[in-house]
Design a protein around this ligand. Structure first.
Ligand SMILES: [Fe+2]
Length: 333
């Protein structure tokens, strides 16, 4: 049997069920005095053999928290069938967890990163609803409240970001980089930063309309497949067009994040002044994250090499002022 891992909790339901009937989670994800709507289990042998620790619908006490802290490296388990209940609980409580000074930055980052990726995965399944736009909005607030002005938090999220590429984690990464770049440029109001974060996290939402066979293809795309792939900015705009909570600034990122200053981008082939600053920022963040995460058809490039590659091959395509801010951020952290 495979030993369950923390990240398994946040994998797709399919991936979880193929591993184990129980999945581990960090005790820091549970807030004292909240009533849990899922059973808690412990594993005296550390991942094989599970014992019911606390039934659902009971408050989680300080004694429970202290007890679990000392067991199995502060992990507990939930039944795989309760995974979505647990993730909903985590999402509801995340703002408080991120403000809790007793929790380490590494653990906060893990909880934020995986909760955000889970939210994105659900939003991608049903993007245009007001409920999901609101969930995205509170997720962006959590990310910006956590990383802006806190280089250590940004650095620890960066460490998590260097794992395998997935559309959902890529969305979280691009949002995080975009917010950090924009904050360091000092050209945006808090409201505009929020709009930027919303657009960045949903920049690839149009890919939810493209066949998995194209999205997950290991080899190079055919001409026809590539033409379909290039439609994702337009699909994204269509999916979000009717939602009044998704602003024009946010939309500019969805539609223009693949446009390049020299006119070589898509879908419209816009040039320099036709591309707004928010889309330019998301474009740089998107390219950097695409290079520094591994995909089925290519390995990951280190941060330094990625910056060199962008400098060498893309300097007439991207906004160099934006890029300089990314370079400075990575230098500082
Ligand atoms: Fe894209």
């Amino acid at each position: 049997m495979n030993t369950p891992t923390i990240t398994q909790l946040y994998d797709s339901p399919h991936a979880v069920s193929s591993h184990s009937a129980y999945v581990p989670a960090l005790v820091e994800s549970l807030r004292v005095d909240t009533v849990l709507n899922f059973d808690l289990y412990i594993s005296p042998q550390g991942g094989s053999g599970f014992v019911l620790y606390r039934k659902e619908n009971l408050p989680f006490t300080k004694e429970n928290a202290e007890h679990l802290q000392h067991k199995d490296e502060g992990r507990f388990y939930i039944a795989a069938a309760d995974r979505s209940k647990f993730l909903q609980y985590l999402e509801r409580n995340l703002t408080f967890i991120l403000k809790d000074d007793t929790i380490s930055i590494e653990k906060k980052s893990t909880l934020l990163y995986h909760s955000a990726a889970n939210t994105v995965s659900q939003v991608f399944n049903n993007p245009g609803t007001t409920k999901n736009i609101r969930r995205t909005s509170s997720m962006v607030s959590n990310i910006s409240g956590y990383v802006i002005g806190n280089p250590r938090a940004f650095q620890s999220l960066l460490k998590l970001a260097s794992h395998d590429y997935h559309t959902y984690t890529h969305s979280v990464n691009v949002c995080t980089y975009s917010l950090m770049i924009a904050d360091s440029m000092k050209e945006f109001s808090p409201g505009e930063l929020k709009e930027l974060g919303m657009g960045a996290v949903l920049h690839d939402i149009g890919k939810s309309r493209i066949s998995d066979n194209i999205i997950r293809k290991r080899g190079p795309l055919t001409g026809g497949e590539w033409a379909e792939m290039k439609k994702h900015p337009r699909y994204g705009a269509e999916l979000l067009a009717d939602n009044k909570y998704f602003s024009a600034n946010s939309m500019s990122i969805v539609t223009d994040h693949h446009e390049k200053l020299d006119g070589s981008g898509y879908p419209k082939g816009l040039k320099a002044s036709e591309i707004g600053l928010m889309a330019r920022i998301a474009c740089v963040a998107d390219i950097f994250d695409a290079l520094t995460t591994s995909r089925p058809y290519k390995g990951a490039v280190g941060s330094f090499d990625a910056l060199m590659l962008i400098t060498r091959e893309m300097s007439d395509k991207i906004d160099l002022h934006v890029f300089e801010h990314l370079v400075l951020l990575l230098k500082v952290t």
